[in-house]
Design a protein around this ligand. Structure first.
Ligand SMILES: Nc1ncnc2c1ncn2[C@@H]1O[C@H](COP(=O)(O)OP(=O)(O)OP(=O)(O)O)[C@@H](O)[C@H]1O
Length: 227
């Protein structure tokens, strides 16, 4: 039996689909061209939360955080898309297979992750997405050129000073403190690799560090976007 296969039709459709995909990508990337995500990393206890809190207070309605995915059930008062993107295990693992997560992990039998789409959503809402993540996450974001992110590393003045701050914060056990200090050495090593970060700020004097962080992130109101 012979079927009539219109040869021109698939070619037409594939051209149509390719141009639709190009259009969607352009639309998508135009948001991150203007609202470029900023990755702020640095050893635990260097002062990321302290400095970012100040930046958010000085620039209200400018920054945003991506909404994570989770397979855990919503708690009372939690709204899908606000606290988390609540999802089934199947949908979560599908997205993992599609390389849709920057980072994901499992805690207490539930999956959690930061999706590429959630980061882009912040840019589409015309806000600068701030990602406060550790080194492995930084490496993942670097692979995703489509996110157009900028990278700032906050360094402690020394490991001795970092230990003093972590002890002073009174949030760590001796064991978790030693783990954080060991991880800090890895992060500092990585930060010395050429091209690992766009900007390194040493948080010695708080005022000076804040000024440098602000200058890099705000960038005279351009937030890193090309004019
Ligand atoms: N320049 C500074 N001089 C002295 N102390 C500082 C300075 N910056 C931050 N601190 C103090 O160091 C401690 C750690 O800061 P913070 O909690 O902001 O670190 P972090 O990088 O956000 O840590 P984590 O990644 O564990 O959340 C806090 O007690 C903070 O008040």
């Amino acid at each position: 039996m012979h079927y009539f296969v219109p040869r021109a039709l698939p070619a037409f459709f594939s051209r149509y689909l390719a141009s639709a995909a190009r259009f969607a990508n352009t639309m998508e990337s135009s948001a991150v061209q203007k609202f470029r995500p900023v990755v702020v990393s640095g050893p635990s206890g260097t002062g990321k939360s302290t400095l970012l809190k100040r930046l958010f207070a000085e620039y209200p309605d400018t920054f945003g955080f991506s909404v994570s995915h989770t397979t855990r059930a919503p708690r009372a008062g939690e709204e899908n898309g606000r606290e988390y993107n609540f999802t089934t295990k199947e949908a979560f693992l599908d997205l993992v297979a599609q390389n849709g997560f920057i980072e994901h992990a499992q805690f207490g039998g539930n999956h959690y992750g930061t999706s590429v789409a959630a980061i882009k959503t912040v840019a589409e809402k015309e806000r600068i997405c701030i990602l406060d993540i550790e080194m492995e996450g930084v490496k993942q974001v670097k692979l995703r050129k489509d996110l157009n992110a900028r990278f700032l590393f906050l360094a402690p003045p020394s490991l001795e000073e970092l230990e003093k701050r972590l002890r002073g914060r009174n949030t760590e056990t001796e064991d978790s403190l030693q783990k954080r200090l060991a991880q800090a050495k890895n992060e500092l090593e990585y930060s010395k690799q050429p091209g690992a970060h766009d900007k390194i700020v040493v948080n010695d004097d708080l005022e000076k560090a804040y000024g440098e962080l602000k200058e890099f992130i705000v960038d005279g109101g351009r937030f890193g976007a090309a004019q």
